[in-house]
Write a new protein. Structure first.
Length: 312
């Protein structure tokens, strides 16, 4: 089976928790070739109908758009410019669509090296998780020069329900995502503290969550992570976003803040909670498990009542 010349050819490099559902979503409108260094990931992708190449360079052959769904800046560097990097195999006019949150430090260098080969970098970090990726319901912020954005736009619009162009150069997307992750990390940490405090004061946990959601203290992260924080004490919850992702992302926030000469004390405090969680073995757990850093055990194992319990 070879790529269909009648449809744009997109290579998806990285077929993990986000890459595979994105590839599946794009397969409805584009010719997709995937690659992941893990044989199990390639096999899983093949089982879902994604054609996989035996190498990254094989996946990008004849691809006009190369979507990177990798974990961090080191992996971007390796995929593009490492020993088996794909940058040298890209044809002039191709676009690299970087969907990962990797920070600002190396973006200018990657852009310059790709430009020498006539290849553009579209900086498009995303939010939303695997389910929303498969549904085309992601939030994507983009920094890219207009011509490259025009090339990548059909792919971005297939993946996103909210697509916001925040600047005309690669790096602008990372800057915006850094600001976004500051708030997300702080909101998750604050939700964990609030629910742990409610339990320590003897309040009904679910009633507390419902009351907070109905008032001025509500936030997306409280509503999204709060139920999982409560369930996680009794059962293993699905890992929708790993805790160590926020170790990475709040580290990016700290680096960006220091480089800008700006104090970010609240973000720094949240980062410490996630770092403690990683040290305690929760790095691969759902990020809602950060509540266990604050309160390793619930105050009581009794069933929640219809009203407040008496504090001890």
């Amino acid at each position: 089976m070879t790529p269909d010349a009648a449809r744009p050819h997109v290579a998806v490099l990285g077929l993990g928790a986000m890459g595979l559902p994105m590839a599946s979503r794009l397969a409805g409108a584009f010719t997709i070739t995937g690659y992941d260094p893990l044989p199990a990931s390639r096999e899983k992708a093949e089982q879902t109908g994604i054609r996989c190449a035996a190498s990254a360079t094989g996946a990008v052959a004849d691809a006009g758009i190369v979507l990177l769904a990798v974990r961090d800046a080191a992996q971007v560097e390796s995929v593009l410019f490492g020993e088996h990097g794909v940058a040298a195999a890209l044809a002039p006019g191709a676009v690299v669509l970087m969907t990962s949150t990797v920070g600002l430090d190396a973006v200018a260098s990657w852009t310059a090296r790709l430009t020498e080969q006539g290849v553009a970098l579209v900086d498009a970090p995303l939010s939303g998780g695997p389910v929303r990726a498969g549904d085309g319901d992601l939030l994507i912020v983009v920094g890219a020069e207009p011509r490259a954005l025009d090339t990548a736009r059909p792919v971005l619009e297939r993946l996103a329900s909210t697509l916001t162009v925040v600047g005309t150069k690669a790096g602008d997307g990372q800057a915006m995502k850094t600001v976004n992750q500051l708030l997300c990390g702080v909101h998750i940490a604050a939700a964990a503290e609030a629910l742990a405090l409610a339990d320590a004061l003897g309040l009904d946990r679910r009633q507390t969550l419902a009351a907070l959601e109905a008032g001025a203290a509500s936030s997306f992260m409280l509503s999204n992570r709060g139920p999982r924080m409560l369930e996680g004490y009794d059962d293993d919850v699905a890992v929708l976003s790993r805790l160590d992702i926020f170790v990475k992302d709040l580290g990016i926030v700290g680096n960006a803040s220091r480089a800008a000469g700006l104090a970010a004390p609240v973000a720094a405090a949240a980062e410490q909670l996630f770092l403690l969680g990683q040290v305690q073995g929760l790095g691969t757990a759902d990020d809602s498990a950060v509540i266990k850093v604050i309160a390793p055990r619930r105050r009581t194992t009794e069933e929640d009542t219809d009203g407040p319990q008496t504090p001890r």
